[in-house]
Design a protein around this ligand. Structure first.
Ligand SMILES: C[S@@+](CC[C@H](N)C(=O)[O-])C[C@H]1O[C@@H](n2cnc3c(N)ncnc32)[C@H](O)[C@@H]1O
Length: 257
């Protein structure tokens, strides 16, 4: 029998975790079905406060004036942990289950992700879609590339392609031949960024759009506006994460066939 044990991290980094719900607190009771995920050293590494030991992100976690502060005792990536986080085992489990369901239902092949972060979504693509997908992923954070390269290397393939860009400024000029069949919108979550993302979706004729964090009022407003302006798209799925966690609230809209 495999003797599962979570990877050890430094005490400083461990102190950044919420001890009540971090994976360490659940180490003995991690779900049988998804044990392989939670004890996977790379997934653990991507979901920890300093993914792959990266601490010096250009855009690190913080808000308002604190964002300018340089503090070693902080999570490295801005917006980290929205999909899977070592800080929250129950929500991570729920999100893994949801994404397994979404991938099985929609079977996407040419995927676009806005907001790469530490490449956790790319890891899930390999796990659930095998080698039958290609993912283009974009982020303004240059360190996301290190994570993407690591995930590709780990799965011994090159199915994830990273592009560094500032979405509101650069996305309109992004030219790519790929015809996407699915987009996961998970970057800035503000009106300006979402507007640029949705214009791109319409121009590129992407039939399925998954919005993360629809529980943020500005995101849900944009979804409503999008459905009003584009009556050939319908809301087809709504997923709710664990209440109050801020993780796993996803809405999916689909273009009429
Ligand atoms: C919530 S995280 C993405 C999580 C990731 N999709 C996952 O599943 O783990 C949001 C990411 O969006 C990026 N982001 C925010 N604003 C952006 C912008 N204007 N242009 C490009 N990327 C942006 C941040 O750097 C951050 O890495």
């Amino acid at each position: 029998m495999t003797n599962y044990k979570l990877k050890t991290i430094s005490t400083t980094e461990k102190n950044l975790l919420n001890k009540q719900s971090s994976w360490y607190a659940y180490e003995q009771s991690i779900s049988e079905e998804y044990k392989e995920f939670f004890y996977d050293e790379l997934l653990f590494d991507l979901a920890r406060p300093w993914p792959l030991e990266i601490k010096d992100c250009k855009f690190f976690v913080g808000s308002g004036k604190d964002e300018e502060e340089k503090d070693d005792d902080r999570w490295a990536f801005r917006g980290h942990g929205g999909t899977i986080s070592v800080n929250d085992y129950p929500s991570s489990l729920k999100n893994i289950e949801n994404w397994e369901y979404i991938f099985n239902k929609y079977k996407p092949k040419s995927i676009l992700e806005t907001g790469t972060n530490s490449a956790i979504f790319g890891f899930l693509c390999y796990k659930f879609l095998g080698n039958d997908f290609e993912l283009t992923t974009i982020d303004c954070e240059p360190n996301s590339k290190i994570c993407v390269d690591k995930v590709n290397e780990y799965f011994n393939n090159d199915l994830i392609e990273f592009h560094e860009m500032n979405i509101p400024h650069d996305l309109k000029d992004f030219y790519i031949e790929t015809q996407f069949d699915f987009v996961f919108i998970d970057s800035g979550h503000d009106e300006e960024t979402l507007t640029a993302e949705l214009e791109f979706c319409i121009n590129e004729d992407i039939p399925i759009i998954a919005f993360d964090d629809y529980s943020l009022p500005q995101v849900d407003e944009m979804i409503k506006k999008f459905l009003t302006d584009n009556t050939n798209y319908q809301l087809v799925d709504v997923f709710n994460g664990i209440s109050g966690s801020g993780m796993g609230d996803i809405k999916i809209v689909k273009r009429d066939e």
